[in-house]
Write a protein that binds this ligand. Structure first.
Ligand SMILES: Cc1cc2nc3c(=O)[nH]c(=O)nc-3n(C[C@H](O)[C@H](O)[C@H](O)COP(=O)(O)O)c2cc1C
Length: 207
């Protein structure tokens, strides 16, 4: 059953304008929070955007950054990157946006002696960051799978984080929290083809 859901899930990038019931959106978060997390720290929060004007503003901020980025690139890459990066703001068409946030919880970093060398401290901090981001990533996958079960379209997107800072201000992300991804949600307005996967054995190294 779960394998079927995993296999039929696709990234949906076009949506119908109909709103999704609040209870249904909450079902996605109920699925999200069943995910395992490092030390059961549950280092996540979920913004659920239902206001079309906020979604439009967020997409405008991403488009602004896309054009700013164009100006930073060497001429031969400018048009290619600008056309590829349309994939960063298509969430504009979605009626809803789920924005998973994560917070780095100081694990062993908090227990280090004051005189711990900076390099050593940095590697513990990287581990804390890794654990928090991995925890919220598992929650995100649960959202995508539950959306599929409920007949909703969704797409995990990190491209929009090109505009991370402006998005944080626009969405009112609390101090100490970071946006992990944007997930547009709505009734699917397309049936995407399956881009396929490489043969499973090509990913495996037996030891
Ligand atoms: C971490 C992550 C970031 C992604 N960012 C974007 C994005 O910014 N824009 C987009 O259109 N799709 C994005 N995707 C969706 C991938 O393009 C998609 O998962 C991949 O092409 C496989 O297609 P499928 O999800 O239908 O199996 C992202 C997926 C992941 C896991």
């Amino acid at each position: 059953m779960i394998l079927e859901t995993m296999q039929s899930r696709r990234s949906v990038r076009r949506f119908l304008p109909e709103q999704v019931l609040e209870e249904t959106l909450l079902e996605l978060i109920e699925a999200a929070v069943t995910a395992p997390s490092a030390g059961n720290s549950q280092p996540w929060r979920f913004l659920i955007v239902r206001e079309k004007a906020i979604i439009e503003s967020a997409a405008d901020l991403v488009d602004k950054e896309r054009y700013r980025l164009k100006g930073l690139l060497r001429t031969e890459f400018q048009n290619e990157v600008l056309s590829y990066s349309v994939h960063f703001s298509h969430f504009r068409s979605a009626p809803h946006l789920v924005v998973p946030l994560f917070r780095v919880v100081a694990g062993m970093t908090a227990m280090l002696q004051e005189e711990t060398p900076e390099e050593e401290r940095a590697s513990f901090q990287a581990l804390d960051h890794h654990s928090a981001l991995l925890s919220v990533s598992l929650a995100i996958q649960n959202i995508l799978l539950r959306a599929e079960e409920l007949g909703l379209g969704a797409c995990c997107m990190t491209g929009p984080l090109l505009a991370r800072k402006p998005l944080e201000r626009c969405l009112g992300v609390p101090e100490g929290w970071q946006i992990a991804a944007l997930i547009p949600i709505g009734l699917p307005g397309e049936s995407p083809f399956n881009p396929g996967r490489k043969p499973v054995r090509s990913f495996v190294r037996w030891l």
